[in-house]
Design a protein around this ligand. Structure first.
Ligand code: MET
Ligand SMILES: [Zn+2]
Length: 765
C-alpha cells in the first residue's frame, strides 16, 4: 500500500488563535497556562483535520510558539548566557531570545534572525561556542507524540537534524577565533541518541529528521560527518525518515543514498528532475522513498495526473510499500485552509489548495496509486482533472499585449541613455542637491490614525474622496516636517500603503488576494502574500497622484517611491505555468511605465526598492548566474527609460553583498541605499575594492530600534564611511523606512542626521 504524509503544518490556527494568544501573553493579558492551553487546542484540531483527510503520517513536534529552530536550541540547552541569570521563566527566556526583552530591569536584544533557505520565513540563529553545554532540557518530540496519542492520534514526530542545527548556527561571542559549530558534533550526538532512544522506548515507529542543508553545495564537505552521525543515531532509534526539501540532492546523493536510514524524503515539486537519479541510487537499498509531490511552498492545486505519473515511476522501481506520497516540505509556508476564503470567486478558488486541501491531496494520490476502488477517490480524481483542465484553459488565455511586449524587449531598453558620469553631471545641474545630500528611504511613521482611516475606507465607512483628502493632508504634513528638519531630497511618506507589495499588487492586473491567507514571516508576524494568476499589467498610474501632490506643495525635489519587480515577485505566490523570469519582466514593464509617468509628472528622483533580490538567490551556485541576469535586467528594464537628468535610486535592507557585488553594480542605479548601520565598515571597503562608482547611502543609523542616535555618533559614522568612500558619492540617510517608528524618535533622529550632514559639508568642503 502506498501511504501518505504531511511534513509539517501551519502554526497560526484557522482563526489566528496562536498569533493572538502569543501576543496576548506578551501584553500580559494571558497567563502562561492559558497560552499553553490555547495552543494545545490548535494542535489537537490540526491532528484531527489531518486525520480526517486521510493522511497516514501526521507530524507532531513541529508546532512552535515562535520558531522551530529556537524551540530546538532551547530544548538542547543552547541558550546564550546573556538570557540567563535574570530570573526569567523558561518560556520568557525563549521569547527573550526570539524578540528581545526590555522590562522590569531586564534589557537584552533579540538573537539574530536569518531567512530560512530561500523562503521569507525567518529562523532564530543558534549561537554555539566551545563551552556550549548540550542537555536535553525537553524532549519535545516525545512530549508532542504523547500529547497526540492521548488525544487519539498516532504521529510521526519531527526533529531538526544535528548537521542542519549546527550548520545553520553561528559562533557565539564567547567562542574562540576560528571556532566552527560543526566541531561540536561529537558532543551533540549523545543528546540526539538520548532523544531518539526515548522515542523508541515509547514505541514510536518513525521519526522525521529534517536535514534541509543537504540541498546546499556546502553539505558536500560534510559527507564524513553525515555518515558517522547517522551510523551512530540509527543504533537506538525509531525508523528515521531523513528529510530534504527546497532543492535537489545533486552530488550529495552519493553519500546520502549510503546512509543507514530507513527512509528518504525528496522535494519533487521544486526538483522533479532528481527522481531518476535518486531511484537509481537507492533501488538496491531498503530505503523507503517519500515523494514530495504536493507543494509546501505554493498554493496551486496539485495536478493529480502529473503527480501520479511521476509517482508511478517510483512505484515501478521500488514497489508500493517503499513509497510515500508527501508534501514537498512542511506546509508552514502555506495558509491553513481555503474554507475561510469567502470573497474569492468560485472559479478562482478552484485553482488553489491551502494546507488542509493539500493534506487531502496527498491522501488521494496515495489511494489512487494503491488502486483504490473508493468512489470518493475516483470522483476526486475526476474533479481534479476538470479543475486542472479549466485552469490550463485560463492560463492559455494570455494578455497578448503583455506577452508581445515582453518578447519584444530590446537591449537598449535596459540601458540608460548615457554612462553614470554624464548622468551625474546632468543630475547635479537639475536637482541641485548639496554635497552629502540627506534623504530618507520612503516611509514615515504609519500612525494609528493612518491605519484607522485605511480600515474605515476598506469597510466603506468613508468615501474615496474623504480618504484621498486624508492622505493628502498626511502627505503635506510629512513634507512640511521634512522641510522643517532640513532634509534635501524629500519623499511623500507612503501613507497610502498597506504593505509595500500588496499595495502594488492591488493596482496591477493579474493578482488576486486572500482574506485569511496568512503565512508566518517570523514570530507572531504573518504576511498575506498576493497571488499572481495571470499576465501582469498596469491599468493606470499607481503612485503618480501621491508623489506629484507632494511635489506640488514643496520647492524641494521629491523622490518617487516604488517596489521593484523582483521584490514584488519574491513576496507573492508566483504562477507555475510561466517562468519567474517572465513574471518579473512583466512586472518590470508595468513599473517602467510608472517610472516614466512619474518623470513626466515632474518627479526628478525615483527609487525602486529591491530588498528581496538577495533572498531570491537560488540555493545552488550553478543557478545563480541565470537568476541574477534576469533579476538585474528586470530592475534595469523598470528604471532605464528615464532621461539622464532623472536620478534613479534603489534600496536594499541588508549588507551581505560580497557574493553578489557585480550584480549590484550592474543595476546601474544612480544612488543605492544599503543597511550598513549594524555591520562594520568592512562592507564599505568591499565597495571600494570592487571600484563601485555610483552614489551610495550606507544607512547612518538603525531604524529597527526606537533608540535615537546622537549627533556625534552620526558624525563619527560619516567620518568612518569617508575613510572608505569618496566624499562626492556619499548620501546621508537612515538604513530603512521609518514606518514602524514613532514620530518622537523620528524627529530627534533626523535632526541629528541633518546636523551631521551640515558638519560634513563644513569639514569636507
Ligand atoms: C523593506 S524596504 C522598505 C522600503 C520602503 N520604501 C520604506 O521606506 O518603507
Ligand atoms: Zn529597507
Amino acid at each position: 500500500m502506498v501511504s501518505s504524509s504531511v511534513l509539517g503544518f501551519p502554526r497560526i490556527g484557522g482563526n489566528r488563535e496562536v498569533k493572538k494568544a502569543v501576543e496576548a501573553y506578551w501584553a500580559g493579558k494571558l497567563s502562561a497556562e492559558q497560552l499553553l492551553e490555547a495552543t494545545a487546542e490548535v494542535r489537537k484540531v490540526s491532528w484531527k483535520d489531518l486525520k480526517e483527510r486521510g493522511v497516514d503520517y501526521i507530524p507532531s513536534g513541529e508546532f512552535s510558539l515562535y520558531d522551530h529552530v529556537l524551540d530546538h536550541a532551547t530544548a538542547f540547552n543552547v541558550i546564550p548566557s546573556r538570557y540567563l541569570g535574570q530570573d526569567l521563566s523558561p518560556l520568557d527566556i525563549y521569547f527573550a531570545m526570539g524578540r528581545g526583552r526590555q522590562a522590569d530591569g531586564v534589557d537584552v536584544p533579540a538573537s539574530e534572525m536569518k531567512k530560512w533557505f530561500d523562503s521569507n520565513y525567518h529562523f532564530v540563529v543558534p549561537e554555539f561556542s566551545e563551552s556550549t553545554d548540550f542537555k536535553l532540557n525537553l524532549n519535545r518530540a516525545l512530549i508532542s507524540y504523547k500529547e497526540a496519542k492521548a488525544a487519539g492520534y498516532v504521529t510521526r514526530p519531527v526533529v531538526l537534524g544535528p548537521l542542519t542545527f549546527l550548520l545553520l548556527g553561528k559562533a557565539g561571542k564567547d567562542a574562540k577565533p576560528g571556532f566552527e559549530p560543526i566541531s561540536l558534533l561529537p558532543k551533540l550526538l549523545p543528546i540526539y541518541t538520548q532523544l531518539l532512544s526515548e522515542l523508541k522506548a515509547e514505541g514510536v515507529e518513525w521519526v522525521q529528521i529534517d536535514e534541509p542543508v543537504l540541498v546546499l553545495d556546502s553539505a558536500e564537505k560534510y559527507a564524513a560527518e553525515f555518515t558517522s552521525a547517522y551510523n551512530e543515531l540509527v543504533k537506538n532509534s525509531p525508523k528515521i525518515l531523513l528529510t530534504t526539501y527546497f532543492g535537489r540532492l545533486d552530488s550529495n546523493l552519493k553519500f546520502v543514498s549510503k546512509l543507514p536510514v530507513a527512509g528518504l524524503h525528496i522535494d519533487l515539486d521544486r526538483e522533479p528532475g532528481q527522481l531518476d537519479a535518486v531511484l537509481a541510487a537507492i533501488k538496491d537499498t531498503p530505503i523507503v522513498l517519500s515523494l514530495g509531490l504536493v507543494s509546501g511552498r505554493n498554493i496551486w492545486k496539485t495536478d493529480f495526473q502529473a503527480a501520479i505519473r511521476l509517482a508511478q515511476k517510483a512505484q515501478d522501481t521500488l514497489g508500493p510499500d517503499r513509497i510515500i506520497i508527501a508534501t514537498s516540505s512542511s506546509l508552514l509556508h502555506t495558509p491553513v485552509s481555503l474554507a475561510s476564503e469567502k470573497k474569492l470567486p468560485a472559479e478562482t478558488k478552484d485553482w488553489f489548495s491551502f494546507a488542509l486541501e493539500k493534506a487531502r491531496e496527498v491522501a488521494v494520490i496515495a489511494a489512487a496509486l494503491s488502486g483504490s476502488q473508493d468512489l470518493r477517490i475516483s470522483s476526486a480524481l475526476e474533479e481534479n482533472r476538470e479543475s486542472i483542465a479549466k485552469r490550463r484553459q485560463f492560463e492559455s488565455t494570455s494578455d497578448d499585449q503583455v506577452r508581445k511586449r515582453v518578447a519584444a524587449i530590446t537591449p537598449d531598453q535596459l540601458q540608460r541613455k548615457s554612462p553614470f558620469s554624464v548622468r551625474r553631471k546632468a543630475q547635479q545641474d537639475h536637482l541641485k542637491l548639496p554635497k552629502f545630500p540627506t534623504t530618507t528611504i520612503g516611509s514615515f511613521p504609519q500612525t494609528k490614525e493612518i491605519r484607522a482611516a485605511r480600515a474605515k475606507f476598506t469597510k466603506g465607512e468613508i468615501t474615496a474622496e474623504e480618504y484621498e483628502g486624508f492622505l493628502k493632508k498626511e502627505i503635506e504634513e510629512v513634507v512640511r516636517f521634512q522641510e522643517k528638519v532640513g532634509l534635501d531630497l524629500l519623499v511623500h511618506g507612503e501613507p497610502e500603503r498597506n504593505d509595500m507589495v500588496q499595495y502594488f499588487g492591488e493596482q496591477l492586473q493579474g493578482f488576486v488576494f486572500t482574506q485569511n491567507g496568512w503565512v508566518q514571516s517570523y514570530g507572531s508576524r504573518y504576511v498575506r502574500p498576493p497571488i499572481i494568476v495571470s499576465d501582469v499589467s498596469r491599468a493606470a498610474p499607481m503612485t503618480v497622484k501621491w508623489s506629484s501632490y507632494a511635489q506640488s506643495v514643496s520647492s524641494k525635489p521629491m523622490k518617487g517611491m516604488l517596489t521593484g519587480p523582483v521584490t514584488i515577485l519574491n513576496w507573492s505566490f508566483p504562477r507555475v505555468d510561466v517562468s519567474r523570469e517572465i513574471q518579473s519582466k512583466q512586472l518590470a514593464l508595468a513599473l517602467r511605465d510608472e517610472v516614466i509617468d512619474l518623470e513626466s509628472a515632474g518627479i526628478q528622483a525615483i527609487q525602486v526598492d529591491e530588498p528581496a533580490i538577495r533572498e531570491g538567490l537560488p540555493l545552488r551556485r550553478v543557478d545563480w548566474d541565470n537568476y541574477l541576469t534576469w533579476a538585474v535586467d528586470s530592475f534595469r528594464l523598470s528604471t532605464a527609460g528615464v532621461k539622464d537628468t532623472t536620478q534613479t535610486h534603489s534600496h536594499f535592507c541588508y549588507s551581505d553583498f560580497d557574493d553578489i557585488f557585480p550584480s549590484i553594480q550592474r543595476l546601474d542605479a544612480d544612488v543605492i541605499s544599503i543597511e550598513a548601520s549594524k555591520s562594520d565598515m568592512k562592507l564599505l571597503s568591499t565597495f571600494k575594492a570592487f571600484g563601485y562608482s555610483n552614489e551610495i547611502g550606507p544607512g547612518v543609523y538603525d531604524i529597527h530600534s526606537p533608540r535615537v542616535p546622537g549627533e556625534q555618533e552620526i558624525k563619527d559614522r560619516v567620518a568612518a564611511m569617508l575613510a572608505h568612500l569618496s566624499e562626492d558619492l556619499l548620501f546621508i540617510n537612515p538604513d530603512c523606512g521609518l514606518k514602524t517608528r514613532g514620530w518622537k524618535e523620528t524627529e530627534a533622529s533626523l535632526k541629528n542626521l541633518v546636523a551631521a550632514a551640515r558638519w560634513a559639508r563644513e569639514n569636507y568642503p
